[in-house]
Design a protein around this ligand. Structure first.
Ligand SMILES: Nc1ncnc2c1ncn2[C@@H]1O[C@H](COP(=O)(O)OP(=O)(O)OP(=O)(O)O)[C@@H](O)[C@H]1O
Ligand SMILES: [Mg+2]
Length: 589
């Protein structure tokens, strides 16, 4: 727990250590104030008034010190909380920013947003609201036990044995709750993911399920979350009850032992020499129990915060891809895969199997293959979203693991299937490819990607706001802007995951023209779904179940029996009307 806090606080970890030290001293002082009642009472019962006043004065000083220190401890705890909120998010963000792009899957992103939004708040409240009473609640009984030893060895020993026993009970109930808590958090993350999905996919859901349909998945996720919440509440309530019972049982056992050992309750009156320590021991026993009851009531809050800490710890434990010390600069725009094997997780099947492929600089390669054959995975490995399990990926003649992440990013531009645009203007979105691009450069890229043609309809031209995620533009328009963004970056290699959605003819033509203009200028690797794109390629690579099944120029493959012929037949029947109507180039496929 301390390690995770240290990691979150970074250079500010000192304030946590100071706070913990201060709380420890505060707990000791509270304990000492409580046990100093013993000499006060002993002196009073022994009729030694002057000694009693001296002890009373000391007790008063102790109480005043406690009060003063309490305020400082509280302030220190709040300072730690504020630092967790400010620095923690910052450090977690820095760490996550170094993780491989492949790490950012939907569940990981949901966990990250859950922990940064809610988890950090829960952790920030821990020091001031939970650590202080917990630490004091544990230190005070220890001081009481030491004093009990001085009064009666047997009672002291019994109380000492009770402490680890109680801690074991607390740990056990915490463990019981841990599982319920994990399930609750997993279900909450799932429900919020479904909620976002539900809102974003309204048009699709309504089209297929009617106005009030489509909420089935969301309802199911919410029902599961409610079920998990109910279970968590039950387990939490039970834990608090069990913990309190355990403390009460220990208290009863100690009282019973005191009654048996310190003398018969009925019968002869006890002599003062026995009576005074007996009364004082009984008094201490009640003070022994109070702070422990407080610990019992806080253990639930601590446990639920611990599950957030576990998520933070796991996030910090994800290793960034290793960076070589002696990095090399890639020579040209070539790409070479040698005997590459890759699987997404150890328990999952191999997605790419000993795949070798050579792509010359400035050439255009079209990747085709059935859904799930590994096309996108191959692209991700070239951009080093993940490291290969076996074999090597070379860019510009250098293994990607020996290229610095900055250099590799500079070498590759990417156009994704679902072009994501950031809120801002079209020009802002194009400039993401090159932050310091001049107006003329933005215009040139916009022209090459066919963005200029679509601007005629837009009142503010390049300054038109695209809306969140580009929501105000059509799919084809978004893809054109993402092409302009990739072109302005001017990297020697361009990876394109072509839109599978049937784009309208105008958009498709604009995209084809943009790709055609790049021929010979850049190494273009495109996952092709359109026949016109395949027709342009210098080589076509057909993937089948993670291996290269066919490879060659479009003309060579056209005559070969195999998957490519099947792909062509499928595409032609889907797009038959267009091929019949136009496009000489498509006839050459
Ligand atoms: N992030 C991931 N985690 C686990 N498995 C994955 C992941 N991405 C893809 N896969 C699996 O790897 C295999 C290849 O997927 P990939 O996305 O590379 O196929 P593809 O050829 O691009 O398919 P499509 O044409 O549908 O885009 C599939 O079986 C897929 O389920
Ligand atoms: Mg894909």
């Amino acid at each position: 727990m301390l390690n995770t806090f240290n990691r979150l606080l970074g250079d500010d970890a000192g304030i946590l250590h100071r706070y913990l030290g201060m709380t420890l001293v505060y707990g000791l002082l509270c304990g000492l104030s409580i046990v100093s009642v013993v000499p006060v009472l002993a002196s009073l019962l022994g009729n030694d008034i002057s000694a009693a006043s001296r002890w009373l004065a000391l007790l008063l000083v102790g109480v005043l010190l406690c009060w003063a220190l309490r305020r400082r401890v509280e302030r220190a705890g709040i300072r730690v909380g504020v630092a967790v909120l400010q620095q923690g998010r910052h450090h977690l963000g820095d760490h996550v920013a170094q993780l491989p792009v492949g790490w950012f899957s939907a569940p990981n992103t949901a966990r990250l947003s859950h922990v940064t939004a809610q988890g950090m708040m829960a952790l920030a409240q821990l020091p001031a609201h939970v650590f202080t009473p917990l630490i004091t609640g544990l230190v005070t009984p220890v001081v009481v036990v030491v004093t009990l030893f001085l009064l009666d060895l047997r009672l002291g020993l019994l109380a000492l044995l009770a402490l680890p026993l109680l801690l074991a009970v607390f740990a056990l109930t915490a463990r019981l709750g841990q599982r319920a808590d994990e399930r609750y958090h997993a279900n909450t993350a799932q429900a919020s993911q479904r909620m976002v999905e539900f809102a974003q996919a309204q048009s699709v859901l309504r089209a297929f399920n009617g106005a009030d349909g489509g909420s089935h998945f969301l309802e199911q996720a919410i029902a599961e979350q409610q079920q998990a919440a109910k279970r968590l509440i039950q387990v939490s309530a039970m834990s608090v009850v069990v913990n309190t019972w355990a403390v009460q049982v220990v208290f009863a056992a100690l009282l019973l032992a005191a009654a048996c050992w310190l003398g018969p309750l009925a019968g002869e009156p006890l002599p003062p020499a026995t009576l005074i320590p007996a009364v004082l021991a009984l008094l201490l026993l009640s003070r022994f129990v109070d702070p422990l009851l407080e610990v019992a009531s806080y253990s639930e809050v601590l446990r639920s915060a611990r599950s957030q800490l576990t998520v933070v710890r796991e996030l910090f434990a994800v290793e960034p891809l290793p960076q070589a010390r002696d990095t090399q600069v890639p020579g040209d725009g070539s790409v070479e895969l040698h005997e590459v094997s890759f699987r997404y997780a150890e328990d999952q099947p191999e997605v790419l199997r000993q795949l070798s492929l050579s792509i010359a600089p400035g050439s255009m390669t079209a990747l085709v293959g059935a859904s799930g054959s590994g096309k996108s995975t191959l692209m991700r490995l070239i951009a080093r979203f993940f490291d290969v399990d076996a074999g090597s990926v070379k860019v510009g003649g250098v293994d990607v693991r020996r290229i610095s992440s900055g250099q590799l990013a500079a070498q590759i531009s990417q156009i994704f299937q679902d072009a994501y645009l950031f809120q801002g203007s079209i020009a802002d979105n194009i400039r993401i490819g090159k932050a310091d691009a001049s107006e003329a450069e933005v215009l040139a890229a916009a022209r090459e990607a066919g963005v200029l043609e679509m601007l005629e309809r837009l009142p503010d031209g390049l300054d038109t706001a695209v809306g969140e995620g580009g929501a105000r533009l059509s799919g084809g328009e978004r893809q054109r802007i993402s092409i302009a963004r990739a072109l302005i970056k001017d990297a020697p290699i361009l990876l394109v995951d072509e839109a599978t959605a049937a784009l309208d003819a105008e958009n498709q033509a604009a995209i084809s023209e943009a790709l055609a203009r790049l021929r010979g200028k850049r190494t273009v690797i495109v996952i092709a779904h359109q026949l016109s794109t395949v027709a342009m390629a210098d080589q076509v690579v057909v993937l089948d179940n993670g291996r290269v099944s066919q490879q060659g120029t479009p003309a060579q493959l056209r005559t070969e029996p195999g998957l490519y012929a099947h792909f062509l037949a499928q595409r032609r029947s889907a797009k038959g009307w267009r091929i019949a109507a136009q496009s000489v180039s498509e006839d050459s496929v």
